[in-house]
Design a protein around this ligand. Structure first.
Ligand code: PHE
Length: 457
């Protein structure tokens, strides 16, 4: 096959791709979301299912997504369109690209609001507000922030403006330089936090919560949340990794890159958990406190450790950057599509998409204050978007990617693109059978169908 090139540019090396994809994967999902959903779902059993989903579903699907991106070399919508033609598949596969674009809109609309909390905390920490604060003081600081629509709106706006500005300039430029230093720095600060957690006297309790497996603590919904989070945290199922794959130079090994990204991502999440739960237990807090968990616990750690003001400020700066590098990948599929199909300049495309997502974000802003009582299925607007995207849209997108890569694409194409050698058959088996069955099984389980089927016997 004659190789395509991307009109949007290419990464300068495989290492840069790994950093960029890890930048997409490592974000609020690891540091903010993983601890609080682990807390809500009872700990160890949830963590085990999540890790199993990363290994058996996430890794093979990530390889598939990168592979499709590099083969198509366009926005996910156009990539799916040309690959469907090339592989003689139904043209309807391009709607897979659309599903991803819509998922990206939904996710970024709330992601930006939460990233705004991290931005606000940079200044709280800088102003010394954490020093010596107790659980009550830290809790009311958080309460004050989220109950103010004006403040949430201001931070959400700042975050979306910065995201849009960076995407306007193209992904391969400034981003490459930033990620190289920020990611390792975030890792170091997490280690500092884990070091502090060891001094709380409750480190063992925290570890036991994370790693001692008790399946009675995990219900069917928890199983779905664990799988959904595997997709969310690896940025899978919506085209983010596909578009980054489309900038990957030919010949770079997809398998090794995927492993590196998944390991890094998992490491950051587990370190975040190890930093947070000991603090939760040391202060008599609730592991299931919900989305505010890290904002109500980490300030306690920073408030009590030496140089805490400095470390706290640095930490929230790095968390904001981690969120930014994920946000960029959430918006990129839509922007590249507008550039390709509507002939818009990158700046215009990014501006329009940015504005649309900002508007949708208002729903999340108000769901923490003015509209906190407006609920559907017992969930706020934020809760619904989060549930719908992470637990339904991303796994569905991922399932379709697995089916396309495994069953629609010729083995010759995938073998050539992945160049896995003897491991190719293992990948093929995972992508054709294991990953799709696991996703479908967990879906059916969550809607209670498996129970009803087993009741028949
Ligand atoms: N993986 C990112 C995180 O963990 C979120 C994300 C999801 C980014 C989907 C891109 C696509 O924070």
């Amino acid at each position: 096959m004659q190789r395509r090139t991307s009109i949007h540019g290419e990464w300068s090396s495989r290492l840069i791709f790994i950093l960029a994809a890890a930048g997409s994967a490592v974000g609020l999902g690891n540091v903010w979301k993983f601890p609080y959903i682990t807390g809500e779902n009872g700990g160890g059993a949830f963590v085990i299912v999540y890790l199993a989903c990363i290994a058996a579903i996430g890794i093979p699907i990530m390889m598939a997504e990168i592979m499709l991106g590099r083969r198509g070399r366009q926005s996910p919508i156009n990539t799916m369109r040309v690959l469907a033609v090339e592989e003689g598949a139904h043209p309807g596969w391009r709607y897979l690209g659309w599903l991803g674009v819509v998922s990206g809109f939904f996710i970024l609309s709330f992601y930006s609001v939460i990233a705004g909390w991290a931005l606000a905390y940079v200044f709280y920490s800088g102003a010394g507000l954490f020093a010596g604060a107790d659980a009550e003081a830290v809790g009311s600081l958080f309460e004050e922030l989220v109950s103010s629509p004006e403040r949430l709106l201001a931070w959400h706006t700042i975050f979306m403006v910065v995201t849009t500005a960076i995407v306007s300039r193209g992904v391969a430029g400034g981003l490459e330089r930033a990620i190289r230093y920020l990611m390792p720095a975030l890792l170091v600060l997490l280690l500092v936090l884990v070091g502090y957690a060891m001094t709380t006297g409750h480190f063992g309790e925290g570890l036991a919560f994370l790693f001692s497996v008790d399946f009675s603590a995990l219900d069917q919904d928890g199983l779905l949340v664990a799988m959904g989070h595997a997709f969310f945290t690896l940025s899978l199922g919506m085209g983010a990794i596909m578009i980054y794959g489309s900038y990957l130079p030919a010949g770079a090994s997809i398998g090794r890159a995927t492993l590196a990204i998944a390991v890094m991502d998992t490491l950051v999440a587990l370190l975040a958990g190890m930093a947070i739960f000991p603090v939760v237990f040391a202060n008599g807090l609730e592991p299931g406190a919900g989305p505010g968990l890290i904002f109500e616990t980490l300030p306690l750690a920073f408030g009590a450790m030496p140089l805490g003001g400095l470390f706290g400020t640095l930490f929230f700066i790095l968390l904001s950057f981690a969120a930014l590098t994920s946000a960029i990948s959430l918006i990129e599929p839509a922007v590249t599509w507008l550039v390709e199909n509507r002939g818009q300049s990158r700046v215009r495309a990014a501006t329009w998409v940015g504005i649309a997502i900002w508007v949708l974000g208002l729903g999340t802003v108000f769901s923490f204050n003015l509209a906190a009582e407006v609920k559907l299925f017992d969930k706020t607007f934020f809760g619904i978007l989060d549930y719908l995207t992470a637990n339904i849209m991303l796994p569905l997108g991922g399932l379709l990617i697995a089916l396309f890569a495994g069953w629609r694409m010729s083995r010759q194409s995938s073998d050539e693109e992945l160049a896995l050698g003897p491991m190719y058959n293992a990948w093929l088996w995972l992508i054709r059978v294991v990953a799709p069955i696991a996703v479908v099984f967990i879906f059916l389980d969550a809607v209670g169908l498996l129970d009803r089927i087993s009741a028949l016997f």
